[in-house]
Ligand binder design. Sequence first.
Ligand SMILES: NC(=O)c1ccc[n+]([C@@H]2O[C@H](COP(=O)([O-])OP(=O)(O)OC[C@H]3O[C@@H](n4cnc5c(N)ncnc54)[C@H](O)[C@@H]3O)[C@@H](O)[C@H]2O)c1
Length: 285
Amino acid sequence: MEIRNLGVLGCGLMGTGIVQVFAQAGYEVVVVGTAPERAQKSVAEIEKRLMGRVDKGKLAAEEKDAIMGRIRIGAGLEDLADCDLVEESIPEDLELKKRLFSELDRICKPETIFASNTSGLSVTEMAAATGRGERVMGMHFHNPAPVMRLLELVKTVMTSTETIEAVKAWGVALGKTVVVAPDVGGFIVTRLFTPFLLGAVRMLEAGIATKEEIDISMKMALNHPMGPLEVLDFIGLDTELSIAESLYEETKEAKYAPPLLLRKMVTAGWLGKKSGKGFYDYKTK
Ligand SMILES: NC(=O)c1ccc[n+]([C@@H]2O[C@H](COP(=O)([O-])OP(=O)(O)OC[C@H]3O[C@@H](n4cnc5c(N)ncnc54)[C@H](O)[C@@H]3O)[C@@H](O)[C@H]2O)c1
């Protein structure tokens, strides 16, 4: 099972980082967004990041050009037809992911592996929406994808051992530390981390501490690089709300129930860093 030509569907926060990881590792990658202009913006962002490293003397200009040369913008799903592996990183919406995988199933060659960057939705349901369940799996990168070393793979009851083993070996070659989780809501990382993040929102909501007190306490006490409310702004509050909703629906455990404040902020359009406002204000920074 050779994994050489890669496709990335969705080029927001995570998709952009994933394209960068793939191209930096020497792979040809086709990126498809909602429109070529959206993908163009994502590619420009990667170039800006790499230019920063060139300016600091951490990357040769020729190497930057070589990385950028491996990224191609696709006009639509048809451009992913010949990929060996397609990673989707579209919004955390199960119906949307199922629909896109079902469309890709008709377009891509039979050998193409479909991987989802979902933070915790059912990969089995995505697999069942295709006719190639043995080649569908979760491939959960962490934010920011080029920096975070963990790659969490998700094996459903349908995923073949051959697929998992091939992607596992490939992930290690990508420079990541790979773990394989079963298809339970939130897998390993999101399942453990979500109650902590939601707890910080509840603490703020209850007036127990200010956002600054919560964040500084966790940073200083636990040596975390970011406080939980800063992390939520970084993840995207809309994404976090979808994660909490799906985990709560699956487990019915109160620790996953989305706090009202989180819902209200999403309704207000305060999505965190990507919208310029979340728990903190980013427009002035
Ligand atoms: N934000 C995080 O910290 C984080 C971390 C790990 C995993 N994830 C997961 O990664 C996925 C993407 O999250 P994100 O934070 O990058 O979200 P995002 O909103 O930043 O990006 C999603 C992108 O998908 C695009 N899109 C929507 N419909 C599309 C379609 N039909 N075809 C092509 N592109 C389409 C949107 O235009 C947007 O650019 C989600 O499943 C999320 O749970 C997020």
